[in-house]
Design a protein around this ligand. Sequence first.
Ligand code: KIV
Length: 270
Amino acid sequence: MSERPKVTEAAIREMKARGEKVAALTAYDFPMARLLDQAEIPLILVGDSLGMVVLGYPDTTHVTMQEMEHHVRAVARAKPRAFLAADMPYRSYTTPDETLKNARRLVAAGAEAVKAEGGREILPQVNAIIGAGIPFLGHLGMLPQHVLEEGGYHVKGRKESEHQGLLADAEALTEAGAFAIVLELMAAPVAKEISQRISIPTIGIGAGKDCDGQILVTPDLLGMLPWYNLKHVKPRLNAADQMRAVVKEWKESVERASEREPEVRPVVTK
Ligand code: KIV
């Protein structure tokens, strides 16, 4: 059997041309990256959702460059065939110079592409990244790094002004050279229209079925975080319940064993 080739930026772009859907997932550590790769996921993202799903922060605005680097290194050690993208964390891309410095740090940690949130307002930063030869993944719609100023996670594109702005942002990122764009919490007809208009894949999360691919936060897919009540994902596994049950059963087996006759150990004399 021939080895699966390494997935590249070009391969992700070509999937749209061939009419193939992109199924992308997040990973934050070595074992998850290895399992996703064995399942032949073509695009793995070290998302800054790391903050909530691994580090226990209330939102992504607390995630630092050092934390992203640490987790990108862990994922990269799995040497995935998947194309490996990493999120630029909050306030790590405020100027083009700072953006490039931080994007290079993520690449040095093992990322093959970086993602940043926003459209035309971050074009100078996007140009700096792409101009330096680093593949760029866009992110439009609800931008989780703006959750505090927006007071929550709201669906984007329902107002006509938002709809037109999102189309213009998607076109600007495509023109700048992004290889794909994540569309998060976006009105489904707007996500569909963007997907039809631009030549690069759109990868939706809570943006309807007509995107060129879908991305999920892997612990949401596996039902590992039952304390979040998410509308856009129905877990395919109830990992939290299964883990709790196995741990409880093991704990009880340990407790039962200690109730038995204590083991008689030979007395060792010197
Ligand atoms: O941080 C993240 O996990 C993301 C999602 C869109 C998957 O950006």
